[in-house]
Design a protein around this ligand. Structure first.
Ligand code: KG4
Ligand code: ZN
Length: 371
């Protein structure tokens, strides 16, 4: 049995969680504390990095204490400390990673620096024991990409947005229509009362080969349509939100169909599974569309519960557990926490692509990289 404390501070949630893994590799969440900073950023219409970092510093110790208390664990029962080491807002990542290093050092436990995206990628193995390989659609405020998850630490990016992330497009659309921050839930709510057919909005790159996506033009089309309607009524806002959301869902449906085909070509003997993760995966209209495209391809869609789709520390603890489990099977000494073989010398990374291909091309944010 391994038990890991996870810490997440890469954006505007301060989170800590304790998760355990039994000998069969099955996980259980013992505590999962998330404190959102939404109210601190709301009046700015988006996350202010300096405010985020300061707020993480103020509350993180208490959040960690609460996670340990709710899990009923003390340091003797903890096998390791995992923290997001990137990608994300650098001030916040520094706060979380340095706190984790201090805790690991004081308690003589190994430190695991986790890629935030790997946390999202592996959540479905915690909730649904999904086996490798599988498809991952990661849709959040900062990322929109299809990935092939081949194994632990073995990811291949199949396609990505060439401009805005979907969550970002939801947030910007909400802002230009005068809706509250964060925009995703606000646009979804307004869309329920709207007519998706009233405005004709573009579906960028829909007919292009491959899995690339683009959302900036769609957002601009919403702006242009809204300007023509000035002064914009509540019904117009609802109709624009409905049209925008439907266009996004159409693009996702089209790209996901291609992703399933690609998976089947690559792994003809494996029943295809697509995992959807990231904050936008909380959108029910998008989930419904994904479920129908999966059904049409005799595939399974795995969508973790909403609270585990948005940023949280249980996913970081779980990614840490998967790594610690793998490392300790090769080198049991790592569990002694003497800093040998763990990530104690890891630097916080603002950028950190999951797949090795983009990493070697970009090299950005890597320790010692020339950028
Ligand atoms: O994964 P996440 O919590 O944070 C990162 O970006 O890493 O995702 C946050 C994003 C925001 O852009 C937010 O507007 C979007 O997810 N989001 C939604 C919904 N709930 C959150 N987008 C569409 N519909 C939703 N219901
Ligand atoms: Zn995230």
């Amino acid at each position: 049995m391994l038990t890991v404390l996870g810490i997440e501070t890469s954006c505007d949630e301060t989170a800590a969680a304790v998760v355990e893994m039994d000998q069969s590799g099955k996980g259980q969440i013992l505590s999962n504390v998330v404190r959102s900073q939404i109210n601190e950023h709301a009046s700015f219409g988006g996350v202010v990095p300096e405010i985020a970092a300061r707020s993480h510093i103020q509350v993180l110790d208490g959040i960690v204490e609460q996670a340990m208390r709710e899990a009923g664990k003390d340091w003797t029962n903890i096998s390791g400390v995992a923290a997001t080491a990137g990608p994300g807002l650098i001030g916040g990542v520094i706060v979380g990673l340095m706190t984790a290093k201090a805790l690991a050092m004081a308690a003589d436990k190994p430190l695991i620096g986790v890629n935030h995206l790997e946390g999202h990628a592996l959540t479905a193995r915690l909730t649904d024991q999904v086996a490798f390989p599988y498809l991952l659609l990661l849709v959040s405020g900062g990322h929109t990409q299809y990935l092939l998850v081949k194994g632990l630490g073995d990811y291949e990016r199949l396609g990505t947005t060439i401009d805005d992330a979907i969550g970002e497009a939801f947030d910007k659309t909400a802002k230009l229509l005068g809706l509250a921050y964060p925009g995703g839930p606000a646009v979804e709510k307004a869309a329920q009362k709207g007519d998706a057919e009233r405005f004709s909005l573009p579906r960028p790159l829909l007919n292009r080969e491959g899995l690339e996506m683009s959302f900036a033009g769609l957002k601009t089309a919403v702006r242009t349509a809204a300007l023509k309607e000035e002064p914009v009524s509540e019904q117009t806002v609802n109709d624009l939100c409905a049209g925008f959301q439907k266009a996004v869902a159409d693009v996702i449906e089209n790209r996901s169909a291609r992703a399933f085909q690609l998976f089947k070509d690559r792994y003809p003997e494996v029943d295809p599974v697509m995992v959807v993760a990231g904050g936008v995966a909380a959108n029910d209209a998008i989930r419904t569309r994904l479920a129908s495209v999966a059904k049409n391809h005799n595939a399974t869609l795995v969508a973790p519960p909403h609270a585990l789709c948005t940023d949280n520390a249980a996913m970081i603890a779980w990614a840490g557990l998967e790594r610690l489990n793998h490392l300790s099977s090769k080198n049991p000494n790592i569990l002694e926490g003497n800093g040998k073989g763990d990530d104690m010398d890891m630097s916080p990374r603002p950028r950190w692509p999951l797949d090795q291909m983009s990493e070697s091309v970009l090299g950005f944010g890597r320790k010692g990289a020339k950028v």
